[in-house]
Design a protein. Structure first.
Lengths: 472, 112
């Protein structure tokens, strides 16, 4: 354990020492990139429009990176599916996998129908805009040329990348409400959350709305994606109440262990892998300096979060808890997401490590106030999302008191909107008496109750009728 | 000495354990198992077709008790495992010839 401390301390000191020279190298790379861009512009200047800033080759490379990043974000849905099924009981596995499968399917359809044009309505009043149903822009002139986004990506890539993002917000909710929510109300919530709520708050910043004008900064969505999912998860977990048996009448917490930690580990490492696209793609071009920095800050924060959470659980619980280390990696990733392109490496390590400590105590806190979150989604995504958003005002290129203020305004305004939206949707479903499964179903498992299926049907039988008929 | 084999619903396990320890019956073996009775098992669906699973998940408890504790233990298991619905389970009771505690070599009532 002492060796771990030395390693972590050494890592942080090392990165602090190298920070200065790294920043110098970074600015040199910026200059070089600008120079290369200027040359390219000059070469094609005669033939192309003056507003085109990149070459055809660079346009292809930019677009390819953002498209590939969208593919990486897609794999995060597999990560969420395995993580959530691993951290819950085997009797609910079909239900968890069904929800996660439907989230990406419903999410993509809703984002295409409504979400994209709510989130990116073009010129709007800054609070709510809508550019119409469906995806029409792809057929418009110049939508898939250099002119669409300064040569960074096409209209189709824009939609593809953002659509993969959108569904992750609902996936976060899925984990917190697992093992007790009825299937249909959850799917209704998913459709409304990904179709409307996520996009309205997203447009305030990424769509060029009022928070963007204010100076609020959220690079890849600590607030816009993760906290939004976390607020939804909080409302869902409160409205549903805890799982049967989680909190005893004497006030003690009874842990309900997940049934497959190998699956949970696969899920977290897949999520980390997907995060290279989540953050790396959020540069929204293949800008060499920025993409490479973001990949490094993302990884370092994840690593620091994992180590910090492991050490914290080791100190508090006397044994290192794998599930906490896994939550710590995700906490570090969520924490760095708001400022991944603004941070020197040492700051990324600090942000990740703080997130790793926060997440452990946050899990204890939510258990103490009896909000049951089977996978720790509220602690990871809401609490560390808030921390990461604030960290933009504390560390890195944008640090300053006024930035902290802008960040707070963003956190609170987006939080309030999402709380009210999720509260209304879950509230209506609860009032209709359709939110939670019966106690009997919960005890027997949602696999049988909701799906008439078993996830591990390994009790083998010979079906005598088929045998006698000579079919086996 | 008697052996009680109690087949109960999985959800009743904690309650049965509590009532046995309240009686001072310290120790029993629990096996996850499947069985059918008057319920004839349950059906699931798989890829559109009905699947007659035929067996319901149960817990089989093996509880060895001194003869003087037998009636109290049976009553405790019954009241703890009873919901009144079909599928609450059954108990089978039989005599034990010999009990040995492996650690000390104690036998019979001293080993229970």
């Amino acid at each position: 354990m002492a060796a771990f401390f030395c390693l972590a301390t050494g890592l942080m000191i090392g990165s602090i020492c190298f920070a200065d020279s790294h920043e110098a190298a970074e600015s040199a790379a910026d200059v070089a990139a600008e120079a290369a861009g200027a040359v390219a512009q000059a070469e094609e200047g005669a033939a192309e429009d003056a507003q085109d800033t990149v070459s055809d080759e660079m346009f292809t490379i930019n677009n390819l990176w953002v498209a590939l990043a969208g593919c990486l974000v897609f794999i995060m849905h597999l990560g969420f599916a395995t993580l959530e099924s691993g951290l819950t009981r085997s009797k609910n596995t079909v239900n968890i996998l069904f929800k996660n499968t439907m989230i990406i399917c419903i999410g993509l359809l809703m984002y295409g129908l409504l979400g994209f044009n709510l989130m990116y309505p073009g010129d709007f009043n800054g609070y709510l805009g809508f550019a119409g149903f469906g995806l029409g822009g792809g057929y418009e002139q110049d939508a898939n040329t250099i002119a669409y986004a300064g040569g960074n990506y096409t209209y189709w890539t824009d939609f593809f990348f953002q659509a993969m993002f959108a569904a992750t917000a609902a996936t976060i909710v899925s984990g917190a409400v697992a093992e007790r929510i009825k299937l249909m109300p959850f799917l209704i919530f998913t459709a409304l959350f990904v179709g409307i709520s996520y996009n309205v708050t997203g447009s305030w910043k990424w769509g060029g709305g009022w928070l963007d004008g204010l100076g609020f900064y959220d690079f890849a969505g600590s607030t816009i994606v993760h906290s939004v999912g976390g607020w939804g998860a909080l409302v869902g977990a409160i409205m549903l109440g805890p799982r049967i048996g989680k909190y005893a009448s004497d006030g003690s917490t009874n842990p309900i262990p997940g049934h497959n930690l190998p699956l949970a580990t696969v899920g977290v490492l897949l999520l980390w892998f997907g995060w290279f696209g989540f953050n790396g793609g959020s540069v929204l071009s293949a800008d060499a300096a920025s993409v490479s920095l973001v990949l490094v800050t993302t990884s370092m924060a994840a690593a620091a979060g994992g180590v910090a959470a492991a050490l914290t659980s080791w100190c508090v619980s006397k044994k290192p808890d794998l599930s906490m280390a896994l939550n710590g990696i995700l906490a570090g990733l969520v924490g760095i997401t708001a400022g991944a392109d603004q941070m020197p490496v040492w700051a990324a390590v600090v942000i990740g490590a703080v997130a790793g400590v926060i997440v452990v105590f946050s899990v204890f806190f939510f258990d103490r106030i009896k909000i049951d979150d089977p996978v720790g989604a509220i602690s990871v995504h809401l609490v560390c999302g808030i921390w990461g958003t604030l960290a933009v005002g504390i560390f890195g290129a944008k640090a300053g008191m006024s930035q902290v203020g802008y960040q707070l305004v963003g956190i609170v305004s987006i939080g309030v909107f999402t709380l009210v939206f999720a509260g209304i949707v879950f509230g209506v479903l609860k009032a209709a008496g359709a939110l939670r499964v019966s106690a009997t179903e919960e005890i027997e498992g949602l696999d049988l109750g909701e799906h008439d299926m078993a996830s591990y049907p390994d009790f083998q039988r010979t079906f005598i009728k088929s045998y006698e008929a000579g079919e086996m | 000495m008697h052996m009680i084999e109690a087949i109960i619903k999985p959800a009743a396990l904690d309650k049965v354990k509590q009532s046995l320890t309240d009686l001072g019956v310290l120790g029993c073996t629990a096996l996850e198992c499947k069985g059918f009775g008057k319920q004839k098992g349950h059906t699931e669906r798989y890829r559109g077709a009905r699947l007659d699973v035929g067996f319901v998940p149960k817990i089989l408890l093996k509880i060895a008790v001194r003869s003087e504790d037998l009636d109290k233990a049976i009553a405790a298991v019954q009241s703890a495992a009873q919901t009144g619905n079909v599928g609450d389970g059954k108990m089978f009771v039989y005599q034990l010839d010999k009990v040995v505690r492996i650690r000390t070599g104690e036998t019979d009532n001293e080993a229970l």
